[in-house]
Design a protein around this ligand. Structure first.
Ligand code: ADP
Ligand code: MG
Length: 250
């Protein structure tokens, strides 16, 4: 029997995306496709539209024009299925915003119980597995204030994963951390990538990008200026603006 070539299924399709805030065009015609299991690192100067793009992908912003498909389903503000689709897209922010009055375990089981209507015991079982995955089994009964930034961010990742997302978006997840805590968070993200999660990561951690990204996208003024493998983008950037941006990072 002949093995047919199987093109990778696309998990995110962005077609002609435009996002305006008042008269300011922040996303200016973005087109891209992210395959299932692909890890994309998004780079660009402050104010270039990276966070806005992620927020659009997560249904947190209305689109001014264009469309986004999540696993082939259009993300529409009016769609009654918006919440359902949004749940498939986990997001981790720079400020991880754990509920301060809940323990680590309670933070993780909150949404599975109240949003997904999971049985408490099932939610706890999943939370334990996730805590083990992010290396924090011993912290389950701690309160967020007693955790380091790196531990808090790993809990935030576990909390997002507890919703069983198809896609994980990371918006500068290590930018607020002390340098010595960055690695433990990046390691968890790397593991997640190896497990096959579809990920878009906004980060200035170029070592992570080189090692983990399948593709690097450089955006400037809300447009994709250049994209390619880490080797191409870091080793042999073609566009003047990419070179200038990468030059500033060194
Ligand atoms: P980045 O994450 O790349 O730093 P952002 O997506 O946060 O960029 O912002 C891109 C531009 O959009 C900036 O000029 C910012 O001031 C503007 N912007 C972002 N959010 C809003 C908003 N809610 N209202 C008005 N302007 C916004
Ligand atoms: Mg940002």
């Amino acid at each position: 029997m002949e093995l047919a070539y199987m093109p990778k299924k696309s998990m995110i399709d962005v077609n002609g995306l435009i996002k305006d805030f008042g008269k300011t065009r922040v996303i200016d015609g973005i087109n891209t496709t992210v395959s299932a299991g692909e890890v994309v690192v998004l780079i660009g100067a402050s104010g270039s539209g990276k966070s806005t793009l992620l927020r659009c992908l997560n249904g947190l912003e209305t689109l001014s024009a264009g469309e986004i498909l999540i696993d082939s389903v259009p993300l529409e503000r009016k769609s009654s299925r918006l919440m359902q689709i949004r749940r498939q897209v986990g997001m981790v922010f720079q400020q991880f915003n754990l509920f301060p009055h809940l323990t680590v375990l309670e933070n993780i089981i909150e949404a599975p119980i109240h949003v997904l209507k999971q049985e408490r015991n099932d939610a706890i079982r999943v939370a334990r597995e996730l805590l083990s995955k992010v290396g924090l089994s011993d912290k389950r009964d701690y309160y967020p204030a007693t955790l380091s930034g790196g531990q808090g961010q790993r809990v935030a990742i576990a909390r997002a994963l507890a919703m069983h997302p198809k896609i994980m978006l990371f918006d500068e997840p290590t930018s607020a951390l002390d340098p010595e805590l960055v690695g433990e968070v990046l390691n968890v993200m790397k593991q997640l990538a190896e497990d096959g999660m579809t990920m878009i990561v906004v980060t200035h951690e170029m070592g992570f990008a080189r090692e983990v990204a399948d593709r690097v996208i450089f955006i400037d003024n809300g447009r994709i200026v250049e994209e390619g493998s880490p080797v191409q983008i870091f080793g042999n950037p073609q566009e003047k603006r990419t070179k200038a941006f990468l030059g500033r990072l060194r």
